[in-house]
Design a protein around this ligand. Structure first.
Ligand code: ATP
Ligand code: MG
Length: 660
């Protein structure tokens, strides 16, 4: 195969700072390797040890891994615990009662400090309130909330009583919400009157009403409404109730419901970059184990850290690294209601400075847009803020282009902070492949090495291992505790999507392509399998060409797709957003030529885009990911008939239809 032929080798290596290595939980590469070897030697012993050390079990498990119903793997199957107990009660017992669990910053800037005791009481009162409505273990509750302490408390309250939550991101439409309520068969929705973002009030309750009116939501008995803005909303007698009234007279203690480790903690519908959303079902024990452990390993969390993950609780990142992981390890975290560009694009940097954040975790899409903003206005450049509190940076959601990595490293981390480029998925529950901040030498654009116990590998179309240096399909060879358990209501789709027969039914198929470096064995994600290009027999990942384009000084963002071509089989079509205004006419032609020549020089003539279109933006999911499947349709010149319910900015499609 020819994948490696055109690969521009990234040769810059950045060592983690010695001061960080010294005090890190996993300190230095030998410590990392020792853990990997422990897992190789005795897989179940390794996970069993960690599960006992990391979590508090109500009833200890006697069996670590049950493979008898594979690929429906079960972990710590006969053990019992409660997730909310592990996140809250344990902290009250451990002396963290008065420690800040959450520093909540509202859109307008007001800050609320919520201690572990406060949060415990809020969660218990809400849990009691839910029970008073007859909601019980195994019921599904849809949470359609803004970023708020109440949103986190709602998730924890469900966990406390054994109800399975399904959080739907607050930007989703009534139709998307209705489909998810219907698929989950939820008995209640917890929502807010409105959300406050970027100085604006946006409806939530009205969308819930509309979703229910679309039909198919007959399972819903109650809609619980958190009053955020005080905006005008409709109320359906007998069904709707205010959250503050529901919890008003509830006791501040609530005995947790002890559940089996395999009890479904939540269902989360994936963001839909590749197709119809799937209800990814997660467990209680294995999931919590891995979110807590990766807080310690990947983020090296320490008692004095101020952790900030900028994700929304509507995405898996917000589940694992806001609602569960940080609380399970007793951390203090920042929770932010607003958006990175309000009141200006310096908001993130300003918040880091004011709260003295030590660990900052965000997405490449945010970084790219803040680079563009800082280029346009020096006042919102990170150098204008005191970011000296930071010690670790993280990236998640998409591959980070080396150019954006370097900017993040230099300007935000001031060349002092390691960047953990965490590769993982809704389905994996937590980090899979990532550098460790006190161990792994970093290479921009590479997620480096799998975490201990994660048996990631690269195989060909028949499931056979490929040697380093050859691009192929990313798989995981052994089950791991926080893996997806099934697709809600669709076990067949679960098997077909993730454990396909073509691969022997035993390999977890991530759906992403990757390549390992010949010398270091480091992984680089090359893009989704569906996005691999084949030009004149050369297979190329979209990521490589996109990164080359983004490395050009004029380019802010780029997405590359293939379109059928008579001579080359497939031709490369690039969609490009410039840092300046969208060009047209001769200027567009001239810049397009310059960019084509640039790619030819950076990678090779084979990677030269045949066609190049400019847009003000790219079609993105509501979680900020580029939807290449829509661009593929546009490149072919066809009409879009696919599911676009998760598309953030439908208007952009018209603009990008035009070939330049
Ligand atoms: P859907 O599965 O519905 O199409 P999605 O895959 O975008 O949506 P997520 O589970 O949120 O939903 O995202 C996981 C995907 O994001 C990964 O499969 C990978 O393509 C990409 N990704 C996440 N983090 C990284 C990273 N650090 N480097 C490269 N790619 C990443
Ligand atoms: Mg996916």
């Amino acid at each position: 195969m020819a994948e490696a032929d055109n690969t521009k080798q990234e040769s810059r290596i950045f060592e983690p700072p010695a001061s960080l290595v010294q005090q890190a939980t996993i300190s230095g590469m030998p410590a990392y390797q020792a853990l990997c070897q422990e897992a190789e030697r005795d897989y179940e012993g390794f996970w069993g040890r960690l599960a006992n050390e990391t979590l508090e079990w109500h009833k200890p498990f006697t069996k670590v891994l049950d493979e008898s119903k594979a690929p429906f793997y079960q972990w710590f199957n006969d053990g019992e615990l409660n997730v909310s107990y592990n996140c809250l009660d344990r902290n009250l017992k451990n002396g963290n009662a008065d420690k800040a669990a959450i520093l909540f910053e509202a859109d307008g800037g007001e800050v609320t400090r919520v201690t572990y005791r406060d949060l415990y009481e809020r969660v218990c009162r809400l849990a009691n309130g839910l029970k008073s409505l007859g909601i019980k273990k195994g019921d599904r509750v849809v949470i359609y909330m803004p970023m708020s302490v109440e949103g986190i408390a709602a998730m924890q309250a469900c966990a406390r009583i054994g109800a399975t939550h399904s959080v739907v991101f607050g930007g989703f439409s009534a139709k998307s919400l209705q489909e998810r309520i219907n698929d989950a068969g939820a008995v209640a929705v917890i929502t807010a009157d409105e959300q406050q973002r970027g100085g604006k009030q946006l409806p939530l309750k009205a969308i819930v009403d509309e979703a229910i009116s679309l039909g198919g939501c007959e399972s819903i008995r109650n809609v619980i409404v958190y009053r955020r803005t005080g905006g005008n909303i409709g109320f359906t007698e007998g069904r709707d109730l205010w959250l503050h009234e529901l919890v008003a007279n509830q006791p501040t203690d609530c005995e947790p419901e002890w559940v089996n480790a395999e009890h479904p903690l939540f269902i989360l519908y994936t963001s839909g970059s590749t197709g119809k959303p799937k209800g990814v079902q997660h467990s209680s024990g294995g999931y919590l184990l891995w979110t807590a452990l990766t807080m310690k390993w990947t983020f090296d969390i320490k008692p004095q850290d101020i952790f900030w993950c900028t994700a929304d609780i509507g995405w898996v990142t917000g589940h694992s690294y806001i609602t569960y992981g940080p609380l399970a390890v007793g951390a203090t975290q920042i929770v932010f209601e607003g958006i990175p560009t309000y009141p200006n694009a310096g908001r993130f940097w300003d918040m880091i400075a004011r709260h003295k954040a030590t660990i900052f975790y965000t997405a490449p899409t945010a970084i790219r847009s803040l680079i563009k903003a800082a280029d346009a206005d020096a006042n919102v450049h990170p150098s204008k803020y005191d970011l000296s509190s930071l010690r670790i940076l993280g990236s998640v959601g998409e591959p980070i282009n080396p150019e954006a990595w370097m900017w993040y490293y230099r300007n935000v981390g001031q060349e002092r902070c390691p960047i953990v480029d965490t590769f993982w998925q809704t389905e994996t529950g937590g980090h899979m492949i990532t550098p460790l901040p006190g161990a792994t030498p970093m290479v921009p654009g590479s997620c480096t090495l799998p975490l201990p116990g994660i048996m990631a590998a690269i195989v060909d179309e028949t499931g056979h291992d490929l040697p380093n240096g050859q691009g192929g399909i990313l798989v995981v060879k052994r089950p791991w505790p926080s893996m997806i358990r099934t697709i809600w209501n669709d076990p067949e789709r679960f098997k077909k999507s993730y454990f396909p027969e073509e691969f022997g039914g035993k390999l977890y198929l991530a759906g992403d392509g990757a390549i390992r470096n010949k010398d270091t064995g480091y992984f680089t994600i090359t893009g989704r399998i569906d996005d691999v290009l084949n030009v004149s027999g050369h297979r190329m990942g979209t990521m490589e060409i996109e990164s080359a384009l983004v490395a050009h000084p004029l380019v802010a963002e780029a997405a590359v797709v293939g379109k059928p071509d008579e001579t080359t089989g497939e031709a490369i079509c690039a969609f490009v957003v410039l840092k300046r205004a969208r060009p047209s006419g001769d200027e567009a032609k001239q810049i397009a030529k310059e960019l084509r020549d640039w790619v030819a020089k950076e990678i090779g003539p084979i990677a030269k885009p045949k066609e190049l279109r400019f847009g003000d933006n790219l079609p993105k999911t509501r979680s900020g990911k580029i939807m290449r499947r829509l661009l593929r349709v546009l490149a072919k010149g066809e009409e879009i008939t696919q599911d676009i319910s998760t598309l953030e900015n439908p208007a952009i499609l018209d603009q990008l239809k035009q070939a330049q």
